[in-house]
Design a protein around this ligand. Structure first.
Ligand code: TMP
Length: 224
């Protein structure tokens, strides 16, 4: 790697439960790697040692175990660790960072879902994240019953216990879905919404078209 590589791109994937973000992040990383672009894949809450410890406090246990404001503060504490220890160093080394959830999840889940003041979240965001917002955010949008159904069956088989948010009621999930769409409408330069009620292959193609177009990579129709 040369001494001053161009800064990498910061791409976040967002959406409700069971939207298929993890699969799409893996496939995008493979395609970028095949183009010679170095990537790291990471997720929130988590992505750094302290942030992973905070994750375990947040994703399991009773749905009402945290006061919603405490929950926002924990999420932003984890985010700060993740940014400082993982995201910014990778970007500065020229890697592209593909992140499964970031700050839009806090606005959608805690702001729209739990009704926490959006101004409070924006103020915290400005202090914690500053000008390190993503270059591109892809929101995978899926009907609540489809997404939560998928997430529940996935948890039963593979990672039982990380289901605190999935167990919240349907109206909570409807609010956060509407919240993500509202966030997208307010930030058209950064955010694109993808209808995720399609096959994973079709979504992979859509993601690739958006990324190649946004960052002016060659041959958008190619697959790696
Ligand atoms: P995951 O299931 O996508 O790994 O995310 C863990 C859970 O954390 C998911 O149910 C959404 C929730 N979450 C929030 O409520 N607010 C946030 O800011 C983030 C990053 C995640």
């Amino acid at each position: 790697m040369n001494a001053n590589p161009p800064r990498g791109k910061f791409i976040t994937f967002e959406g409700g439960e069971g939207a298929g973000k993890t699969t799409q992040i893996t496939r995008l990383a493979e395609r970028l790697n095949a183009r010679g672009i170095m990537t790291i894949t990471t997720r929130e809450p988590g992505g750094a040692p302290g942030a992973d410890s905070i994750r375990s406090l947040l994703v399991s246990g009773a749905t009402d175990k945290w006061d919603p404001i405490s929950e926002v503060l924990l999420l932003y504490a984890a985010r700060r660790e993740h940014l400082k220890q993982t995201i910014l160093p990778a970007l500065n080394q020229g890697a592209w960072v593909l992140c499964d959830r970031f700050a839009d999840s806090t606005m959608a889940y805690q702001g729209y879902g739990h009704g926490i003041s959006k101004d409070f979240i924006r103020t915290l965001h400005a202090e914690v994240v500053g000008d390190s917002d993503p270059d591109l955010t892809l929101i995978l949008d899926i009907p609540v019953e489809v997404g939560v159904g998928r997430a529940v069956s996935r948890n039963t088989s593979t990672r039982s216990g990380e289901d605190r948010f999935e167990r919240m009621d349907k109206s909570f999930h409807e609010r956060l879905r509407a919240g993500f769409l509202d966030i997208a409408a307010g930030a058209p330069e950064r955010v694109r919404v993808i209808d995720a009620d399609f096959t994973p292959e079709a979504i992979t193609q859509t993601v690739w078209h958006i990324v190649t177009d946004k960052f002016e990579l060659d041959s958008p129709a190619d697959s790696a």
